[in-house]
Each structure stands twice: as structure tokens, then as C-alpha cells.
Design a protein around this ligand. Structure first.
Ligand code: GCU
Length: 603
């Protein structure tokens, strides 16, 4: 009897957690195609390490916190904060690289932005955040709009009934404290940049508007577009028109009472590929709303150990990238940041990038669409999150949801990754299978993967048999032979045994080198050591029959709190092929030559 009550309580807990998650506001897609006003620029800020603006001295959440933006009404009034007299920070931007005092800061910073707004009839207004790391509590004119958890995905709130003509104050409490139950969890190998790290926009839409749409080629087809449209607003059933003028497409569908309608039609299309990154102007419209987009159409599948792009086998010449602007030394957020990183990847000879270990800003995937670079997109289920915690699962699922919602119409994105270097266990398998199933339910067109690990079957044989592989389309494997595992020459005697007849991507390998540090190839931290490591790695990997891609770790050196070695690391992971000042290391050319060789072979 007692057990039954216990089980019932756990089940009720999961239900409540899930239903709370389900109350998340619907996410509007393709902000670039909407009528927006950006709130970027200088924001007033208050550094609040003790969360005095949120809790009272009994650590109970206060109803009179900094979100009230209170001002003394008389000289005797006691108000102990004043946004308008406080320091400012740039938005978008992390706080760590803007203020030396905040470089290592983990805690709360309050942001305030004032704005006026001309109200319009039959018009709704949303505030849209590209991302905020990590936990954001959002208020308008003293009213709570909601909370968002997760530092790398977009979220929005409706403010139609709260906004006024003059002196609106939008206040965001951003807290980047790490937590054991969070996603990611306490330890990562990247800098925990905090703040309003991406664009903030006001988005104006009609009463009933086009909230979301999915337009991609049906799985396995190169001439049938399948997807759906979703309206948001009272008048549910409406006629929606999907137009692709260049492909002579003009399709109308009628939504159901919930504003939803499936879409499917044939079209003669010039398919998207790295050699031909063709994007079509697409318009989705109703009698009151219209959204323009630029979408590429390509099919991506696997057949045995092959990855097929538009029906043809491909090899993914890749590189891993962190969302950091090396020259500025902060979170990357702008189109220019994205163009610089992707241009450097192209210079390497890459047709593919692994955006590690979390969803990067939308400029990255939009530019990858334009530049013809295929993308591995990942959520930060990194190392050892709490597999048995229902909240942790819902959090990871939400981040996956938001990532897929934002980028599901991007031709460049070919792989959704649900995890990086997670330890094999039943609880972990259940957790990650849940994410894989969820991704497939949202997007039946793309491939699912994860960056897993391998182990030794015997001293000379590396074995890939992670049980998660069963549920993935493409196997990802990180290995550090020559850096954490022996010396570079060890690669020469190693075999690979893979327990799945599936394509393999070596999603990480590499070693640290400080640019300009030279010496014998056996000396760690030298460019010669890194170059030597790459030479032995590439020779080993080339021999793996099912290898269909690689993304060495990593394009540029990046900040990490786990790397204190003085005069070498200085809180940078130095596995970049390019230094934090943009200098190419010797191994950059080793990989570039290798990729040029593959290109010559037609790979
Ligand atoms: C790991 C991990 C990376 C990390 C790298 C390293 O494999 O996935 O996030 O930076 O190894 O140790 O350099």
C-alpha cells in the first residue's frame, strides 16, 4: 500500500512538473521575418550577488523587489537602489568580458531598459530574447511576465495588455549561478558567460498571427515539401497561403480551430548543398499577417554507414566551434562574429561545423545556410547531469524543443545532438532516449546523434558499443589519443571496432598548443606536438571504414575556468587550431591540407 502511495506521488510530481513546462509561452519563429523594434544597446544594471532585489532578509521572495523600479516619493523615503543612477552594460553581450570585476562573476545581475511604445489597434506585442544565461526572471512595469531557464535558446512573453505609451520599464533578473540539477550541470569546460547574451526585440503581430511553420522536404524525398503552419489568436480557422514564387508554388490550406494545418505539396526545386547553398524566398501569409523567410530544401538520410545529402554519399569535413568571439574574448552574438568564425572554418576546407556544446545564436545557422556549411546542433546535456531528476529532464527537453523550434527550417542543420560525453547507465539511457524520441516527434526529417565515448576492448582495440548508439542515426565519438590517452604515436597501433552498422563522426580529437611556443614534437604545449598529434590522428582515422566525418576539437582557443596553467593556458583551453588572437598554428595547415586532399578525392 505504502509503495503504491509513493509511486502515485512520484507520478503526480512528474505530471505537475511536465504541466508547468507545458505552460511555457509558445515560441514565435523567424523573428527576422517579423516587424520588430530592438531594445539592444546600453541597459542599466545592478550587480546583486546576494539577490537582495529578489529575497527579503528571511530569504523569502519579496513582493517589493528591484523589479518595481521604485523611486523615493519624498526625501524621507527609503529606497536602496536606483537603476537610473547605476552602471550600464551592453545588450547583447555577456557581463564577464565587459567589466574586469565581473570576469569570474557568477550570480545575479539586474537589467533595466525603459522604452515608449505607440499602441496600435488589433495588434499584439511580444518581447523576444535570443537568449539569457542562465535563469531569467522577466518583468514589465513591475509585473512578472515569467521565468526562462537555459542559457542558449530563445524565449518570448506577450506584453500586449501590460505595455503603455510612455516610460515602460522592462526588468530582467539574470542569474548564471551553476546548479547540480541544471543543464548544463556544475562542471563544464567553457566560460560561464552571464547576461543578456543575445538580441532583445519587441515583436509586433496582428491579433491572429502566424506563430510558427515547418517547411522542409519530406523524409527521403527531393520534390515533396511536407510540414505545417500554426496560427496564434482567437480566429482559429483561417486560410493560410504558402508561396515560393521562384518554384511556382502557391498553396493554400485552412487551419483547424486550434489554428493548425498540415502542409504538403510537390515542387521542382534546386536543392541546397555546400556547393550550391540555394535559398528560396518563401512567404507564409493570411488575410492579416505575412512572414517572409529564406529557406533551403535538401534531403539528409543515412543508408548503412553512409550519410546521404540529396541522395548522394557525403563526407563531413568539420571542425568544432564554441560560441566565443576570440578577438573580443566574450560570448559571440553578432552576424560579424558568426561570419568570422564560419569564414575561418571554410578556410580550413570545412563543409561542416559542430556548434559545441549548446545552441549558438541564430546568426550562425542563418549564415551557415547562406555559406553552404552543414551544422551539428547540440543541447548542453554535458558530462554528468542528474539523470533521475524529472525537472532536469524537462529542462533538457525544453531546451531541445526551443532549439528545434528556432532552427527547424534551416537547411544547414542536418544533425540534432542530444548529449556530450555522458557516462553509460540505465538512467542515462532512459533520459537520452526520451530526448531522441522527442526530437523525432518534432522533426522527422533530420538525423539524431550524440558525442559519445569509446573504451578499449583490448590494449590495441577501441570499441564503440555505447547502448545509446542503437537509437541514433549517426554515431558521434570523442577520443583524445595522443593527449589525455598516451602519446600521438599510440594512434599508429590502434584498431577500431564499432558495434553498429551506422555512419561514424569523430566528434572530437586534438591537443593543446600555445601559439608561438615551439620545440621538439615530443614536447607538450608546442605547435610541433599538436601538429604531430594531428598527423597520427588523421592517418588512424582514415583507416576506419565507416568514418563519414570528423570535427576536431577545436577551431579557436577558448576561455575555460578549468585551465589555470600559468603562461601556457591562463584560463584558456589551447586546443584551438587558431589562437585567441587569430593566429594560425602549424596544425591548422595540417588539417587544411588533409581536407584539400579529400576535396581532390571528391569527398
Ligand atoms: C572534452 C569536452 C570538451 C573539452 C575537451 C577538452 O571532450 O567535450 O568540452 O573542452 O574535451 O578537454 O579540451
Amino acid at each position: 500500500m505504502m509503495i503504491k502511495v509513493g509511486a502515485l506521488l512520484t507520478f503526480l510530481l512528474i505530471l505537475v512538473t511536465a504541466s508547468q513546462a507545458q505552460q511555457r509561452p509558445a515560441l514565435i519563429t523567424n523573428i527576422e521575418g517579423r516587424h520588430t523594434m530592438d531594445l539592444n544597446g546600453r541597459w542599466q544594471t545592478i550587480i546583486d550577488q546576494y539577490e537582495t532585489g529578489y529575497y527579503d532578509y528571511r530569504y523569502q521572495s519579496s513582493t517589493d523587489g528591484y523589479f518595481k523600479n521604485a523611486k523615493p516619493k519624498s526625501p524621507s523615503d527609503l529606497i536602496e537602489y536606483d537603476f537610473d543612477a547605476s552602471e550600464q552594460l551592453n545588450v547583447p553581450g555577456d557581463w564577464n568580458s565587459q567589466d574586469q570585476r565581473l570576469l569570474f562573476y557568477e550570480g545575479t545581475v539586474w537589467y533595466k531598459k525603459s522604452f515608449d511604445y505607440q499602441k496600435k489597434d488589433r495588434t499584439r506585442l511580444f518581447v523576444y530574447f535570443g537568449a539569457a544565461n542562465y535563469l531569467a526572471d522577466v518583468y514589465l512595469n513591475g509585473q512578472k511576465l515569467g521565468r526562462h531557464e537555459g542559457g542558449f535558446t530563445p524565449f518570448n512573453f506577450e506584453i500586449t495588455n501590460l505595455v503603455r505609451e510612455k516610460d515602460n520599464f522592462l526588468i530582467v533578473k539574470v542569474d548564471n549561478k551553476r546548479r547540480r540539477d541544471a543543464v548544463p550541470t556544475l562542471n563544464t569546460d567553457w566560460w560561464n558567460y552571464g547576461g543578456l547574451t543575445r538580441d532583445v526585440n519587441l515583436v509586433e503581430v496582428p491579433d491572429t498571427f502566424i506563430e510558427d511553420y515547418f517547411l522542409q522536404l519530406k523524409k527521403g524525398s527531393t520534390n515533396e515539401i511536407a510540414g505545417w503552419v500554426k496560427l496564434n489568436g482567437a480566429a482559429g480557422s483561417k486560410v493560410v497561403t504558402v508561396e515560393i514564387p521562384e518554384a511556382n508554388v502557391k498553396q493554400t490550406v485552412t487551419t483547424d480551430a486550434n489554428g493548425y494545418a498540415p502542409v504538403s505539396f510537390k515542387a521542382r526545386l534546386n536543392l541546397w548543398s555546400p556547393e550550391n547553398p540555394k535559398l528560396y524566398s518563401v512567404k507564409v501569409s493570411t488575410d492579416v499577417d505575412s512572414v517572409g523567410d529564406r529557406i533551403g530544401f535538401r534531403s539528409i538520410e543515412t543508408r548503412g554507414t553512409d550519410i546521404l545529402l540529396n541522395g548522394k554519399p557525403i563526407f563531413l569535413r568539420g571542425i568544432c566551434i564554441h560560441e566565443e568571439s576570440p578577438l573580443r574574448g566574450g560570448r559571440a552574438f553578432s552576424k560579424d562574429d558568426a561570419r568570422m568564425l564560419l569564414t575561418w572554418a571554410k578556410e580550413l576546407g570545412s563543409n561542416f561545423v559542430r556548434l559545441a556544446h549548446y545552441p549558438h545564436n541564430e546568426h550562425m545557422t542563418r549564415l551557415a545556410d547562406e555559406m553552404g556549411i552543414m551544422v551539428w546542433s547540440e543541447i548542453p546535456v554535458y558530462w554528468t547531469v542528474l539523470w533521475d531528476n524529472p525537472d532536469t529532464f524537462v529542462n533538457a527537453k525544453n531546451q531541445l524543443d526551443e532549439n528545434i523550434t528556432r532552427d527547424k527550417n534551416k537547411a544547414s542543420v542536418i544533425l540534432w545532438s542530444v548529449a556530450n560525453e555522458t557516462p553509460v547507465s540505465e538512467a542515462r539511457l532512459k533520459f537520452l532516449r526520451g530526448l531522441v524520441d522527442h526530437a523525432r516527434s518534432l522533426d522527422p526529417t533530420r538525423l539524431l546523434t550524440a558525442a559519445n565515448e569509446r573504451h578499449y576492448a583490448d590494449p590495441n582495440t577501441q570499441l564503440i558499443d555505447d547502448p545509446l548508439g542503437e537509437y541514433l542515426d549517426v554515431l558521434g565519438c570523442n577520443e583524445y589519443v595522443g593527449w589525455y590517452d598516451g602519446l600521438p604515436e599510440k594512434a599508429d597501433r590502434l584498431q577500431w571496432k564499432i558495434n553498429y552498422n551506422k555512419p561514424l563522426i569523430i566528434s572530437e580529437f586534438g591537443g593543446d598548443a600555445l601559439f608561438g611556443n615551439h620545440g621538439d614534437k615530443g614536447v607538450r604545449w608546442t605547435e610541433e606536438y599538436q601538429k604531430n598529434l594531428y598527423e597520427h590522428q588523421l592517418a588512424m582515422l582514415k583507416k576506419i571504414p565507416s568514418l563519414r566525418g570528423m570535427t576536431p576539437w577545436i577551431l579557436t582557443d577558448f576561455r575555460s575556468p578549468r585551465r589555470p596553467l600559468p603562461r601556457i593556458q591562463d584560463f584558456y583551453n589551447r586546443k584551438g587550431l587558431i589562437s585567441s588572437r587569430g593566429e594560425r598554428k602549424q596544425a591548422f595547415y595540417t588539417l587544411q591540407n588533409f581536407y584539400r586532399g579529400l576535396i581532390k578525392e571528391g569527398k
